[in-house]
Design a protein around this ligand. Structure first.
Ligand SMILES: NC(=O)c1ccc[n+]([C@@H]2O[C@H](COP(=O)([O-])OP(=O)(O)OC[C@H]3O[C@@H](n4cnc5c(N)ncnc54)[C@H](OP(=O)(O)O)[C@@H]3O)[C@@H](O)[C@H]2O)c1
Length: 285
């Protein structure tokens, strides 16, 4: 059985299915370290996917302790449990480990330099799980959205229902990723790992939707698809990051190069446009 943490989260929910047990708070709570081993001992998983995280990028600036507990300390305990029992661990991380100044898609070996507490705590989580000594795969993903949960795509759809004009940041670039597409990739990786561990599976891989865009481009694609379902598209005004101040600074260009994932696991996630189409259709279904 595969045990997935992050119960109510977008990625965990997308992974739910046969042979998978999704677990979340209050059962498994990184703020209660005792709950971690207790849940794992009870579940006795063959593989663990850690999709739980403190994901509130702006709030993390004022709640750093909670972010570090969920993004570094909890994963460290999970990884220690897995390493001690030789259980493989797939841990989800983020493009926000980078500062966005490279000017080209990031590869896994590029230097990291997070710009805020969220990214720093997630990077520390990567180091903690990789340092635990077990069979660990870290998947850095980006700009995750789904038909449920809290994400940019749903925020845009809600805005279109309320207002005729939206302003969207057009100078941050990234790789939007449908939670369902990441979940499908994780499922393939889990199957490969189950068939037999190979040394080149270990380490960090980038796993994001193919292609790249800006938040503005993503919003336009969401509205174009939603229009087919009868939602009138609002007027979208492109703005610069400075016009939309936030507590956490975000990378300007955190595009991820996912060639290593294709090389080692034979996986390429669908294009972000395709993911948007399926996700918006699911919202209106
Ligand atoms: N969302 C993105 O745009 C994005 C981008 C890049 C990478 N990622 C990474 O992708 C992974 C999955 O993200 P997601 O979008 O699915 O996240 P999500 O929808 O925000 O869900 C996060 C889950 O983690 C749980 N959680 C938070 N703090 C916890 C704690 N202290 N102990 C136990 N569980 C806790 C939450 O539980 P509650 O519901 O109880 O709070 C929730 O179930 C995370 O590693 C995230 O860092 C996400």
């Amino acid at each position: 059985m595969i045990l997935v943490t992050g119960g109510t989260g977008q990625v965990a929910q997308a992974l739910a299915g046969e042979g998978v047990r999704v677990i979340g708070r209050p059962e498994l709570d990184f703020d209660r370290p005792d709950s971690i081993a207790a849940c794992l001992d009870a579940a006795r998983p063959a593989l663990v996917v850690n999709a739980a995280a403190y994901t509130a990028v702006d709030r993390a600036e004022t709640e750093p302790d909670a972010a570090w507990r969920a993004n570094r300390d909890g994963p460290a305990a999970l990884a220690a449990w897995c390493a001690a029992r030789d259980v493989p661990l797939i841990h989800i991380s983020t493009d926000y480990v980078f500062d966005g100044l490279k000017g080209a898609p990031y590869v896994e070996t590029d230097p990291t330099c997070p710009t805020g507490v969220y990214g720093a705590s997630k990077l520390a989580g990567e180091h903690a799980v990789l340092g635990a000594g077990g069979r660990v795969i870290v998947l850095r993903t980006a700009w995750v959205y789904a038909a449920v949960g809290k994400n940019f795509v749903l925020t845009m759809l809600n805005a279109a229902r309320r207002t005729r004009q939206v302003r969207v940041v057009a100078d941050q670039r990234g790789c939007p990723t449908a939670a369902a597409d990441l979940a499908a990739a994780i499922t393939v990786i889990a199957r490969r790992v189950g068939a037999g561990w190979q040394d080149d599976y270990a380490g960090v891989f980038h796993a994001a939707g193919s292609g790249a865009t800006t938040w503005h481009g993503l919003a336009e694609a969401v509205f174009a698809r939603a229009a087919r379902h009868g939602l009138p598209p609002p007027e979208v005004t492109p703005i610069v990051t400075a016009d939309w101040p936030t507590p956490a600074r975000r990378p300007a260009d955190s595009r991820l190069d996912c060639a290593a994932l294709a090389r080692v696991f034979g996986i390429a996630l669908p294009t972000w446009e395709d993911g948007v189409t399926r996700t918006v259709d699911a919202v209106f279904a």
